[in-house]
Design a protein around this ligand. Structure first.
Ligand code: NDP
Length: 334
């Protein structure tokens, strides 16, 4: 769909009604799009946990109605009022409230604010940029958080929870390529070969971290990337070595955190929150530059599947049931 003058295009719209949410494909025109400064020929989006929540109505992600779903958007600039973004520039938008308060990427055309754009690094195709998406860029933010906490490959083992998910898979791939010894916590019995292929050296059964544990446990981890939250994060904190850093980005196991101050005041453990949605542009560009340098493209290919937007209803259910693996690229033209 490279033509700027298309008359109609397809978008996945969530609309609140008195009888509940309607989620359906609609034909839109350019006149329907928001009045932002840059028109994008969208090629791909991706499937994130949040997209599953939004489409199934499991959580009130869309805070405006009607809303075009899709937290990620990857495509090519068709026209922009801002000269920094000439037609043809490959771009990605991750977060910034897309699918929440601003129209998102499950559409063939979108108008976005130029300040949200990150140029897709030359190292990546548009499909690869979507494969990375919010989840992969968040994984890189977590790696940066560990590095900034002083965690090096020599510090000891690093734990990744929710390892076979989108964030987890990219985190395992990145950390192992950077020379860390990665221990992967997973509840997917058949994921070990997949995670070994990404570089995981050892595995922990998800359930052992999910059970409520003592507030202070034997020291195991120099660093942690946690996508699960709740008791898993509490146990990870209690097992983190003196001076270690835990990067917390997710809540796949719950948004509570039943912990104590002991890891912080007796071991100097650092709990670093990681947010991708409102991260400033300089931070995003740093993360994408590091992805271009450090993400093994063969590993990225091994965690990626591409699905048509027309399958989105089944995919949204699947990610919430924990049945997807790695990253799912959404081809918005199919
Ligand atoms: P996925 O669904 O792809 O991955 C989550 C993984 O967590 C699953 O694959 C599974 O891995 C594990 N898991 C699922 N359910 C549970 C459970 N009940 N208890 C413990 N583990 C579970 O999601 P994403 O990778 O896209 O996102 C992961 C989390 O990070 C989500 O909570 C998401 O909202 C959050 N997130 C936050 C961002 C931020 O900016 N802070 C950005 C992106 C995501 P396995 O089978 O291997 O155990």
């Amino acid at each position: 769909m490279g033509d700027a003058a298309v008359s109609t295009f397809r978008a996945l719209v969530i609309e609140k009604t008195d009888a509940g949410n309607i989620v359906e494909f609609r034909d839109l025109t350019l006149a329907d799009l928001p009045d932002n400064d840059t028109l994008i020929d969208v090629r791909y989006s991706s499937l994130n946990y949040k997209d599953g929540l939004a489409i199934t109505g499991t959580a009130p992600i869309a805070r405006r109605s009607p809303m075009v779903a899709g937290a990620d958007l990857v495509g090519v600039v068709l026209e922009s009022a801002v000269p920094d973004w000439p037609a043809g520039t490959p771009v990605t938008v991750n977060g910034w409230g897309l699918s929440e308060v601003h129209w998102g990427g499950y559409t063939q055309r979108q108008r976005v604010r130029s300040e949200w754009l990150v140029r897709v690094p030359d190292a990546f195709t548009l499909e690869q940029a979507a494969a990375i998406g919010t989840a992969g860029y968040t994984a890189m933010l977590c790696v940066l958080a560990l590095e900034e906490g002083g965690v090096t490959p020599e510090s000891g083992d690093v734990l990744v929870t929710g390892a076979s998910g989108g964030v987890g898979s990219v985190a395992v791939a990145l950390l192992s390529s950077l020379g860390y010894r990665v221990v992967a916590a997973t509840g997917s019995a058949d994921a070990q070969a997949y995670l070994s292929g990404l570089g995981a050296a050892e595995f922990i059964e998800r359930a052992t971290l999910a059970e409520k544990g003592r507030p202070f446990q034997a020291e195991r981890w120099a660093g942690v990337v946690d996508t699960v939250g709740s008791t898993t994060l509490a146990n990870a904190l209690a097992q983190t070595k003196y001076g270690g850093t835990v990067a917390a980005c997710g809540l796949a196991g719950g948004n509570d955190l039943p912990t104590t101050v002991l890891p912080f005041i007796l071991r100097g453990v650092r709990l670093q929150g990681v947010d991708s949605v409102m991260a400033p542009r300089a931070r995003r560009e740093a993360a994408w530059a590091r992805l271009a340098r450090d993400l093994d493209q063969a590993k990225l290919a091994s965690i990626t599947s591409v699905e048509p937007l027309s399958n989105i209803f089944d995919l949204a259910q699947a990610i919430l049931r924990g049945e997807t693996r790695g990253r799912v690229v959404i081809d918005v033209n199919r």
